[in-house]
Design a protein. Structure first.
Length: 356
């Protein structure tokens, strides 16, 4: 029992460290990506942290199987280098008992990843898309700075004297934009106003509402111009386009199961959700198969290069299988089960292999 706890502790420590490193790397990449989007005023900077939280279930998809796979390989190499493997065998610990902590942790991770993929992931994906949509509709005033010309869109320029944050209001407005008329002829409009407020309708369309100003309109087709004084005048503001794939990733797993019988995109998503827990099982079995014969014969564990190469091939075949299901080139009933089965058979062959 003492050796069991010691081995399990090593596994958990290495797994925690590897997952932390991968999480920091992936979150850092995501953070700089979102900061770039915020700098372009595509999302609200205040929403970056919330969006990154919803990215965590997505990040766990690749790092859980790879993290545990690397944990097994590194722990066994470390225990061999420090002669702990020989000590355990001398204490009467068989290969089955040696691998029991690995199997225990594998079962825990399979249940955890299943819960994440089948239940948490659709909820997080839905929340992430809602956060993006809300954030996109907040950025109109965030991208405007006083005492300089600000480009709201390729054909819309604004200059302001003063910016008031509470309530959100702009003062001393100069605004110019191109707008087609009823005959699809372009007109060039310039608005000079005392103040400006933003109004968001229930359908999330946004309008800039100008107060106490003058609107100058010049039609480019016949060079006619018009000046209109107004108390209030509204201009519809187009929001930055940000295409997010919300289907079928946001569907609940049970709904996805019934839809997968008639829709290949739903079938591809369902196969991918089950692939993460199954890949943990297959990679664990593969890692044990590679090391069982070597440990029993007191040989040095295999180099991590070849297992990682097999892992990369395995993951790329899974991703390719998802694409084939979506295009209809791979039967949605067979799907990725054939890939997982082939990996399992490869593990059996590796188990039977005994290096000299």
């Amino acid at each position: 029992m003492i050796l069991y706890k010691y081995f399990l502790k090593n596994l958990i420590t290495y797994l925690f460290f590897i997952l932390c490193v991968f999480t920091v790397i992936f979150l850092s990449v995501s953070y700089f990506h979102f900061v770039g989007e915020a700098a372009l005023a595509k999302i609200n900077p205040n929403d970056i942290a919330k969006i990154m939280v919803t990215e965590i279930p997505v990040l766990l998809q690749p790092i859980l199987p790879l993290g545990f796979f690397l944990t097994i390989l590194l722990v066994l190499r470390k225990m061999y280098a420090t002669n702990e493997i020989l000590t355990m065998y001398a204490s009467g610990m068989s290969a089955i008992k040696l691998f029991l902590p690995i199997i225990t942790l594998c079962v825990i991770l399979v249940f955890f990843s299943s819960y994440i993929e089948l239940y948490i992931f659709p909820i997080a994906n839905t929340k992430r898309i809602h956060l993006f949509e809300d954030s996109i509709h907040k950025v109109a005033f965030d991208k405007v700075f006083p005492k300089q010309f600000n480009e709201l869109a390729p054909d819309r320029i604004m200059y302001i004297d003063k910016k008031i944050t509470q309530p959100k209001k702009l003062e001393g407005i100069f605004f110019s934009y191109l707008m087609p008329d009823k005959q699809n002829a372009l007109s060039y409009d310039v608005i000079v106003a005392k103040s400006l407020e933003e109004q968001v309708l229930p359908d999330k369309s946004k309008f800039l509402v100008f107060t106490d100003g003058v609107r100058y309109t010049a039609k480019l087709s016949n060079l006619q111009s018009l000046m209109i004084k107004f108390n209030k005048f509204g201009v519809r503001l187009s929001t930055p386009s940000y295409k997010l794939e919300d289907w079928p990733g946001c569907m609940k797993t049970l709904e996805l199961y019934f839809l997968s019988k008639v829709n290949r995109f739903a079938a591809a998503e369902l196969h991918w959700r089950f692939s993460i827990p199954l890949s943990i099982i297959n990679l664990t079995f593969f890692a044990l198969a590679l090391n069982k014969g070597r440990i029993q014969s007191y040989q040095k564990p295999i180099s991590t290069f070849y297992p990682l190469l097999i892992y990369l091939i395995y993951v790329n075949v899974l991703l390719g299988g998802v694409s084939l299901i979506k295009t209809g080139l791979l039967n949605k009933n067979v799907g990725l089960w054939a890939v997982h089965g082939a990996m399992f058979l490869f593990g059996i062959i590796s188990m039977r292999y005994r290096p000299e």
